[in-house]
Design a protein around this ligand. Structure first.
Ligand SMILES: C[S@@+](CC[C@H](N)C(=O)[O-])C[C@H]1O[C@@H](n2cnc3c(N)ncnc32)[C@H](O)[C@@H]1O
Length: 254
């Protein structure tokens, strides 16, 4: 059993893409349990070097922010802020809609949409999604009594340091979890700066992140096993492999 933090099989059905959470055809959502495990490992590394506080979580290839939204529901008390960016405007719009589900207003809008679809089409899947949305609303109402999670998103090429610095606008990320494009259903966008400079995007992404990281920040990069994930200005904290996917945990070395 490779899981250390996501040991129990929780009811992930509530969070299935295309149910309450928005999804886009052809875009596979990151597995919820794996995201939960990666976040748990990041927090363990991060908290080993810091007094306890809530983190700012960032993904520079955030896509539909599906994993970020589900992580929030599972780890609400550990997260102060979620920031997502992506080069693709459509993915960013999808991400914004999923992050809106972390506020009661946003979830109420989703409930109205699902109620409307259930009434118009009479499909079982819409009725099930509506029931799940009501369950999530009860959960969210309790969670937001304690604190709200601030959410932000911006459009940027993850390999363009200036664009990332400008988009973060002084916000420092404590935890970065990113599922980089891996070549099957998701590829590096043709406008990626690293590609036009004939550079490997991974070191360029790690370089672009450096100014936006808080001291002691932890960066987790999920990628296919064969991908080289290293950078001279980061030290490697560990690696977690599941199936064909590896996740490498790094920390800036200075
Ligand atoms: C594997 S998907 C991430 C999916 C996300 N984890 C989710 O759960 O929705 C990779 C994302 O990287 C984005 N991407 C591709 N090239 C990029 C670049 N140069 N900068 C930022 N994002 C990029 C794609 O638009 C895609 O949304």
């Amino acid at each position: 059993m490779p899981y250390k933090f996501a040991r129990d099989r929780e009811n992930y059905e509530l969070y299935a893409g295309g149910g309450v959470l928005y999804s886009a055809p052809g875009h596979a959502a990151f597995p919820v349990r794996l995201a939960h495990e990666i976040f748990g490992r990041c927090m363990a590394y991060w908290e080993a070097g810091q007094p306890a506080r809530r983190c700012t979580l960032y993904d520079p290839c955030g896509g539909g922010a599906y994993h970020l939204a589900t992580l929030a529901y599972f780890n609400w008390d550990r997260i102060a802020r979620i920031v997502a960016s992506d080069i693709d405007a459509e993915m960013l719009a999808l991400g914004a809609r999923n992050l809106s589900l972390l506020s009661l207003d946003g979830l109420d809008r989703r409930i109205e949409e699902l109620a409307d679809m259930a009434a118009r089409f009479g499909k079982e899947s819409h009725a099930a999604a509506l029931a799940h949305a009501h369950t999530l609303r009860v959960r969210l109402a309790a969670l937001t009594q304690d604190h709200a999670i601030e959410t932000r998103w911006f459009r940027a090429d993850a390999t363009d340091k200036n664009a990332i610095v400008a988009g973060l606008d002084g916000t420092q990320a404590d935890i970065v979890i990113t599922d980089i494009p891996y070549g099957q259903r998701s590829t590096w966008h043709p406008a990626t700066l690293a590609l036009s400079a004939a550079e490997d995007p991974v070191p360029q992404l790690l370089d672009a992140l450096l100014p936006g990281l808080s001291p002691g920040a932890v960066v987790a990069v999920a990628a296919p096993k064969r991908t080289q994930i290293q950078h001279e200005r980061y030290r490697r904290l560990g690696k977690f492999t599941l199936g064909k996917r590896q996740t490498v945990f790094l920390q800036p070395s200075e």
